[in-house]
Structure formats: C-alpha cells, structure tokens
Design a protein around this ligand. Structure first.
Ligand SMILES: *Cc1c(COP(=O)(O)O)cnc(C)c1O
Length: 395
C-alpha cells in the first residue's frame, strides 16, 4: 500500500477521486489528512530566495498547504483550471464578479439570484460604475436581446434562490459567448457533483461551501473556480483583494468533501420524498422542485443535471399570516434560520415580491423554503402534519 496519491486518476470514479483529491500523505509524515497550517510569515532559505520569491509558499494570505489541498481538490471536482477560497459564499460571488467587470460595464443578473448578490450589484457595483439589469430566469437564448455593446458578464443561478426556476445554462452561455461576455453561475444548490459547471459552458462558477461542503452548519467558506480563459483574471483579482479563507474552515471543508457524495444523495432523496408528500397535502398549492415531473423546469433539469439536492420550496394555499406563524412556531424538528446544507432540517418563510424586478412574483399564497436534513423522514412528516393541524385551526 502506497502513501502517495493514485498515479492514474483518469479511470477512477468521482467518489474515489474525492477520497484522494488534494491529499498526499507522503508529504504529511504518512498522516492521512493535510493538517491545519496556521500562519502569516513564511521563512525563506536565503537572500536569493526572498529577493526572487523562490518558495512554493510566500505569505499566509497567498496560500498554505491546507488551502492548496482544497483548491486542488475543488479544481479537480469542478473540472476547472483553478479555484480560489474566500471567507464566505457571498465573497466568492463578489470576487467572481470583480474579476470580469470594470467601470462602464453592463452586467446581466438573473432575477432569481441570491438576494445578497443583488445587494452587492445594486450597491457596490453601481458605486463603481457597473450597471446591472435583471432578467427573467427562464429567458434562455433570449438573453441575446438584452446584451449591449458593453455587456461584460451574465450571472446565472439554477435553480433560483427560494423560487426554484430552472435556467437553460448552455443556451445562455452560447448567447453570451457569441458577444464576448463572461458567464458566471452560482452553483451552490447542485454542487459540481450534480451540475458540472464548466462542462456546461460556465466560465466562473461559485459555491457557498458554507452549505453542503460543510454539511454541519459549522463554517463559512466560498469557492470560486474558473476555466482556463478566466483563471488568470480570477487569481489576480483574488490576490489583489487578499480575501482569504480561515484555516479551520478550510480544514473542515476538506473533511466534508470526502463524504459529500453520500450526504448529497441522502439529502436529495429525502427532499424529493418530502416534496412528493407535500404534493398530496390539501394545504399546499404548489411544490417548487425541478426534479418533480410537474415542475416547469423539469425538462431542463433532466437534460443538464445529474441529480437534485435537499432544498426546495412550497407555496401554501392562501391563508392568514397568523396561520403560517402558528404552523412554524410549533415545529419541533425544523429549525427556523437562514443558510442550509447541514445535517438538520430547516424552514424559512419567504416572499420574492418586494425585490423582483424582471418578472413579478405573485404565487398566490405564502411561500416556505425547506432544507431537508438527515433525520428520519417519518419524524419530519409527523412534525409537519402537526404543523398543518395548527395552520388549519388558525385559518
Ligand atoms: C448561502 C448562499 C450564498 C452565500 O453563502 P455565505 O457563506 O452564507 O455568504 C451564496 N449563494 C447561495 C445560492 C447561497 O444559498
């Protein structure tokens, strides 16, 4: 048994590759994992070495062996040319956007984007002379009509945050590339395991590692990967911002990476089962989950995605706000809180209407977004049944 990584990875499956990715025990005294390297200063061997930066590691912000481990592993998983690690998922979005935009540029952003991404575009980017237009998430090749001479980038996210519209990423990428624009995608929901972003035409892909890579609601991390064309700009922008991730968070993410396929499969199966259960409930008007055949985005999902994860939404039949409050307040197994991707189930009420600008959000009833954890499904449905009893009693 060798303590060096497998030599030929080309024939290995994804799970095997994830077990070995970014890891070389022969460089760690035989220990299985790359440990947590903490540090700012890196010592150089000589005058010549420090004058000419002749060293694999130069300074803490530029990377440590722990950081290189995860960068390399994610680059391999995403099929990218390179990856940078940021202290949060939102920072991964912002470093991606900043690496392909300059003052005077125009940016197209899906109306279904993660809301803090919009806040960055409308605030920070506007202040630095970048104009953002929001587009209908289901626009597909029609994006061409919105492109201007100065459109430098198109940001996609599929499925949409909270609202779960699917996007035709290959069609959008083709139209954007024809005009020389960069295509970014927030791929947090699928991860590269369920949607290989660069293979599908995405130039810069974003993952909030805070979610499934952690799997434990115990860290904050972002990963931004790029194809060969955009990798130099991404790395340069990252270095200029020096917005580096914390050593412990990166270590925990590496730990999460090894079990990611198993956890994601379980989250996905549980969520789909719960989505079907909701379809049979009279209190539920609509279930927003692209893996359901009834979903308007199902055809695109079947064509482009390799599976579904643990997050989806439902639209309740019209009912008073107090009834929704009664349902949620009494839940024992579903926590109410932002973020997702951990082992525990969560629910949040949501309403996209106040901020959508390309197409109106009027689903006809209150929206709830569910993150389905690793609990026993029967326990979750019993908790929700009691919740629906309270909802009806308060209606
Ligand atoms: C959570 C999330 C982010 C941001 O991640 P943080 O680490 O919380 O900043 C970005 N995009 C999507 C789709 C998310 O769900």
């Amino acid at each position: 048994m060798s303590i060096t990584p497998p030599r030929d990875k080309s024939r290995l499956g994804t799970r095997t590759r994830l077990v070995h990715a970014g890891r070389d025990p022969s460089q760690q005294h035989g220990f299985v994992n790359t440990p947590i390297y903490r540090g700012s200063t890196v010592l150089y061997e000589s005058y010549d070495a420090i004058q000419n930066r002749r060293s694999e590691y130069t300074y803490g912000t530029a990377g440590t062996p722990t950081i290189r481990s995860l960068e390399a592993a994610w680059t391999e998983l995403a099929g990218a040319a390179g990856t940078v690690l940021t202290p949060s998922g939102l920072a991964a979005v912002t470093v991606g956007l900043l690496s392909c935009l300059k003052a005077g540029d125009h940016l197209l952003v899906t109306d279904s984007a993660y809301r803090p991404t919009r806040v960055f575009c409308d605030g920070f980017l506007a202040r630095f002379g970048v104009e953002t237009t929001y587009y209908d998430p289901t626009i597909g090749a029609g994006i061409a009509a919105l492109m201007r001479g100065n459109t430098a980038a198109v940001l996609t996210e599929a499925p949409g945050s909270q609202s779960f519209e699917m996007q035709d990423i290959p069609a959008i990428a083709q139209a954007a590339h024809a005009r020389g624009a960069c295509v970014l995608m927030d791929n947090t929901w699928a991860t590269p395991l369920l949607f290989p972003p660069h293979e599908r035409g995405v130039d810069i892909a974003i993952e909030a590692g805070t979610k499934y890579l952690s799997g434990g609601s115990d860290l904050l991390l972002g990963l931004t990967s790029a194809n060969a064309k955009y990798w130099p700009a991404l790395r340069r922008t990252f270095d200029q911002l020096s917005m580096c991730a914390g050593a412990e968070d990166v270590f925990l993410a590496l730990r999460g990476l090894r079990t990611l396929p198993l956890r994601l499969r379980e989250h996905g199966e549980q969520a789909l089962a719960l989505a079907r259960w909701f379809q049979g409930r009279p209190e539920v008007a609509r279930v927003l989950h692209p893996a359901l055949p009834e979903d308007p985005g199902h055809a695109i999902w079947s064509r482009d995605f390799l599976g579904s994860s643990g997050l989806f939404s439902i639209i309740l039949e019209p009912c008073p706000e107090a009834a929704v409050a009664a349902m949620l307040d009494g839940l024992e197994l579903f926590g109410m809180g932002f973020s997702w991707g951990g082992f525990e189930s969560l629910v949040i009420p949501f309403d996209c209407a106040p901020y959508r600008s390309a197409n109106a959000w009027a689903p006809g009833g209150p929206g709830l977004r569910f993150q389905v954890g690793l609990e026993d499904l029967d326990d979750l449905t019993r908790d929700l049944e009691a919740g629906f009893d309270r909802l009806r009693a308060a209606s």
